[in-house]
Design a binder for this molecule. Structure first.
Ligand code: FEO
Length: 400
């Protein structure tokens, strides 16, 4: 069902309730997602972003409720990733005289994906296009989250359409932020930030300052996924500023895997050491936990403690995707430590410590290795490890 955002501005996107994996299988989306596309009917008819290709017929039907798709003059492609550009070929078949408006890198990427001789108009920060009573103003936003990303602002209606920025993978019955469960909304917004935008936090901070300095009136922020921020729209901008600063939380996350329960026992004892110092923690068996949910928890926390038994002179392979995520997400201001059981060679803990160093996570306690099943003194060392991490988190001397 299409939704009117303002006079002559419509949401014509798609709610994908069944989506559980995004970016192929890279990102979990427990609450589905939406692909938001916005139709503006001024003297010119403008479509801002399309939807993922499998939903192109629904997009065409939605547009047809307002105008003949053939009447579209401009298609703004704020970002070329296929969840937003996938229906461009269908739109351009209907509106063969339309111009695609994109950043220069957007054009490069769209041409690379679709190999079509479409008319392009390339825009850069500060450019505007008059569409009748109102104008579109463009703000390039490279690395939020791709080099081609840009924001489009609609004057007169004061609507900022920042594509992926400020989005959430969150399928809902209603389109506006004040109409949905606030806890769910923020759970999805922070998971989205942690898993998609964290590596670009410096660019996020700079872009926010740049946009705020423009002093544009903003009545709505309409991202390309999830709900439109209508009530207190700048709340999500302030949240992004806070998240981008990556101040470490006073909590910890323990991520481990185990073969015969020895490393599980060690993990739980590390947890006792943390909580004994008053530091809350979450504990995940990596083999049966969602990688993106764990990453979101690490983002919120100040410490990450990794555990694995030694397996084939390495770590259990189930931990590899998680540590690779940690490396790529480039979290800042985290501390950590490692532990694990072993039988023969015992490389697991030093390998986990190497991963922590690769992730620029400061190791604040010496790793604990327990041979075979942990004995009482091994568990005491695990407890001490948890206590040291907790004291380091609290700013006290961890006593390494
Ligand atoms: Fe929602 Fe970067 O695509």
């Amino acid at each position: 069902m299409i939704t009117k955002l303002a006079e002559n501005v419509y949401w014509v996107g798609v709610v994908d309730w069944s989506l559980r994996r995004f970016h192929g299988h890279e990102l979990s989306t427990h609450r589905g997602s939406t692909y938001n596309s916005y139709l503006i009917t001024d003297e010119k008819t403008v479509l801002v972003d399309t939807v993922w290709g499998p939903f192109q017929d629904q997009l065409i039907r939605n547009i047809s409720e307002v105008v003949d798709p053939a009447s579209i003059d401009l298609v703004v492609a704020n970002h070329a990733e296929v969840d937003h550009s996938g229906s461009l070929p269908a739109i351009m078949r209907h509106a063969s005289k339309a111009t695609v408006v994109a950043s220069s890198r957007g054009r490069e990427s769209i041409e690379g994906y679709y190999h079509q001789p479409w008319d392009f108009q390339m825009v850069k920060t500060g450019d505007s296009i008059a569409i009748g009573k109102n104008s579109l103003v463009f703000i390039e936003a490279p690395m939020l989250h791709w080099p081609d990303s840009m924001f489009t602002y609609l004057t007169g209606k004061n609507i900022l359409m920042p594509n992926d920025a400020f989005g959430q993978h969150y399928a809902t019955a209603f389109r506006f932020n004040d109409q949905v469960d606030q806890n769910e909304l923020y759970e999805e917004a922070i998971k989205y930030y942690a898993n998609i935008l964290t590596p670009f936090s410096p660019q996020v901070l700079r872009k926010i300052e740049e946009v705020l300095a423009l002093n544009l009136p903003v009545d709505m922020i309409a991202p390309s996924h999830g709900v439109v921020w209508r009530q207190d729209p700048l709340q999500i901008v302030h949240k992004y500023r806070e998240w981008a600063s990556q101040q470490p939380g006073k909590s910890a996350v323990i991520v481990y895997d185990t073969m015969w329960e020895g490393t599980r026992l060690m993990a739980e004892t590390v947890g006792d050491g943390l909580s004994g110092e008053g530091v809350p923690y979450k504990l995940y068996n990596c083999a049966v936990s969602d990688r993106n949910d764990m990453a979101a928890e690490v983002f919120k926390a100040g410490a990450v403690v990794l555990g694995s038994p030694t397996f084939n002179q390495g770590i259990l392979p189930t931990l590899a995707p998680f540590v690779e995520s940690l490396r790529g997400l480039r979290f800042k201001n985290k501390i950590g430590a490692a532990f694990g059981s072993y039988g023969w060679s015992g490389e697991g803990v030093p390998i986990l410590e190497e991963h922590l160093r690769n992730c620029k996570i400061d190791i604040v306690a010496e790793g604990v290795r327990a041979r075979w099943q942990p004995r009482a003194d091994d568990l005491q060392s695990c407890h001490d490890l948890g206590s040291k991490v907790a004291r380091a988190l609290k700013g006290a001397d961890p006593g390494v």
